[in-house]
Design a protein around this ligand. Sequence first.
Ligand SMILES: NC(=O)c1ccc[n+]([C@@H]2O[C@H](COP(=O)([O-])OP(=O)(O)OC[C@H]3O[C@@H](n4cnc5c(N)ncnc54)[C@H](OP(=O)(O)O)[C@@H]3O)[C@@H](O)[C@H]2O)c1
Length: 288
Amino acid sequence: MPHKLSDKKSSASDSASLHGKKLAVLGTGKLGGILLRAYLRQGLFSAKNVTATVKHPEKAVALAKELGIHAATENRKAVYGADIVLLGVKPQVVGEVLKEIAPALSANTLVISVAASVPISYLEQHAGGKVPVVRAMPNTPATVGCGMTGICRGAHATRAHLDTAQAMFDAVGRTVVVDEKNMDAVTGLSASGPAFVYIILESLAEAGVKVGLPRDISTLLAAQTMKGAASVVLETGEHPAQLKDAVTTPAGCTIDGILELEEGKLRVTLIKAVVKATQRASELLFEK
Ligand SMILES: NC(=O)c1ccc[n+]([C@@H]2O[C@H](COP(=O)([O-])OP(=O)(O)OC[C@H]3O[C@@H](n4cnc5c(N)ncnc54)[C@H](OP(=O)(O)O)[C@@H]3O)[C@@H](O)[C@H]2O)c1
């Protein structure tokens, strides 16, 4: 199996290789902020080596105050001297930001983009020269170190560049290297996925309330059950169908619940949700 479910994170030496590197985060919104806060919390990068940018000056002031970093609105200035540039702006803004920073980039600057929908060819073309590029698709559970990120590298990025990017995403969860043709699928499944899972979790918690549980207990039961089931899949590598069978006693309660799920078309609905999100992921770049 190319990516064993139980594979562990990269070694401490990988993240140690980031020490002393200068990082510029361009577009420090929800996702950029989650990643940056995690890096500072873990000491992956030190505050003095980090510059962050946003669009609104007042947000830059707030970020600088909160995180003790240099924060601004000028992207090109932020990039001069940076070893790694993390692009966290919306897909439609990536082109203009790259155009702005291109004069400050070189073959020694690793550009990592987390923008959905933006292909490596577009990033390379707008970055110019032989700038090494890694495309990544993380998700918001990175905020508690439980993220899932798919990454792939461009023509000028070496194995060492990919390792650097992997160390940055392993620091907030797990990382898998994929072919670029699968990046929209990663977006539709694991980047959009937390929203789908929150809806399922919320529904299970509502169900608990319906059958008489206090809401806080019901939410705990639902969340820990989802976490537990996911952990078993990750830790044993067993097929989810087999694990489901082990819960389903003949003529017991679970099979009655499963019949309801099948009648409500839960499986096909989830499959369609991921297919739609994947299709949408290929459209974002060219929208205004
Ligand atoms: N959210 C997710 O779950 C998720 C998951 C995977 C990938 N992504 C990708 O991550 C990227 C950001 O998504 P998000 O949800 O974090 O969006 P967001 O919260 O709107 O963040 C975008 C940030 O970009 C800043 N910005 C806008 N124009 C800029 C410019 N010209 N120069 C510098 N900064 C600029 C904004 O500044 P202000 O704060 O001042 O407006 C904001 O902080 C997207 O490309 C998305 O595809 C997101």
